[in-house]
Design a protein around this ligand. Structure first.
Ligand SMILES: NC(=O)c1ccc[n+]([C@@H]2O[C@H](COP(=O)([O-])OP(=O)(O)OC[C@H]3O[C@@H](n4cnc5c(N)ncnc54)[C@H](OP(=O)(O)O)[C@@H]3O)[C@@H](O)[C@H]2O)c1
Length: 264
């Protein structure tokens, strides 16, 4: 596994779930970690755990959906840390709602946090990485980016946009020393994603989900590799390959699965 002694890392959405697990794993690997999210009290708890391994870690309470504040936040972190070597864009929100129940503002809200905000943060920190000839840009996407799950059109589109941006960016940055990775999780429990208000109950059975630490391990694996994308759990990779081989059969299968799940 990768060691990050002397490196700095910024993790968004670090107050709970996957982001908290990733921040702690990065701190254990020796990185000085910066944590961002809105809830100060929750960030303080995660920061205390990170400081057990990496005492100079720090936190910033910020609303990343406020796009006008994102570049200022990036500049503040760079000033405090000197540089950001690893950026993990993890903050995100669900939007579990049938498309018939979706308002335009819902789609815009989820796109703002899940896509536009990470793009702004990345573009703000990228010049420093390119100038130093070193950097790692990680996105926490979702299998929804590749599989178009039911009742999640707005969410899936935001993660697909993020993944597409990351894929092109990986090619553009070839030879710069800045590497680009995306981790695509599914059914990770012990996070708040499946219980946040304003969302339908998940259609999938989340009782046998995987812990956020598995995503953190995948992020550390990716950071030590040249690989672009990793699914957690890994078997979703085969599902995306099956979809690519026959999209019509895949969509027909998902319709059937959804009808079964909704049957009283
Ligand atoms: N759990 C899964 O099965 C799963 C599957 C695929 C992808 N993901 C992705 O993994 C990422 C983390 O999700 P999670 O499952 O760990 O859920 P979570 O526990 O709800 O974590 C979401 C994080 O994002 C932060 N956040 C939300 N809105 C924010 C805002 N406006 N400004 C700043 N931070 C904000 C939250 O902190 P505050 O509320 O304190 O701001 C929290 O730290 C998300 O991008 C999600 O889409 C999760």
């Amino acid at each position: 596994m990768v060691t990050l002694g002397g490196r700095t890392a910024l993790v968004t959405g670090a107050s709970s779930g996957i982001g908290a697990a990733v921040a702690e794993a990065l701190a254990r690997s020796g990185a000085r970690v910066g944590l961002v999210a809105r809830r100060k009290d929750r960030l303080e708890q995660v920061l205390a755990r990170c400081r057990e391994h990496s005492p100079d870690s720090a936190m910033w309470a910020a609303d990343l959906a406020d796009l006008d504040g994102v570049a200022g936040l990036a500049a503040e972190v760079e000033r405090a840390f000197g540089a950001v070597d690893v950026l993990v864009n993890n903050a995100g929100m669900p939007k579990r709602r049938r498309v018939q129940d979706l308002a335009p503002a819902d789609a815009e809200e989820v796109m703002r946090l899940n896509y536009l905000s990470p793009v702004r943060l990345t573009l703000a920190l990228l010049p420093g990485m390119v100038a130093r000839g070193h950097g790692r840009l990680v996105a926490v996407g979702s299998v929804a980016a590749r599989l178009g799950p039911p009742h999640e059109a707005a969410y899936a589109a935001s993660k697909a946009a993020l993944t597409a941006f990351w894929e092109s960016m990986a090619v553009d940055l070839d030879g710069t020393g800045v590497r680009v990775h995306v981790v695509q999780p599914a059914l990770i429990t012990g996070t708040e994603l499946f219980t946040l208000p304003g969302n339908e109950e998940p259609l999938s059975d989340v009782s046998e989900g995987r812990p956020p630490q598995e995503v953190a391990e995948a992020v550390l694996d990716l950071l030590g590799s040249e690989r672009f994308e990793q699914y957690v759990p890994g078997w979703f990779h085969e599902m995306t390959a099956g979809k690519a081989a026959d999209v019509d059969a895949f969509v027909a299968g998902v319709k059937e699965w959804t009808r079964d799940r909704l049957r009283p």
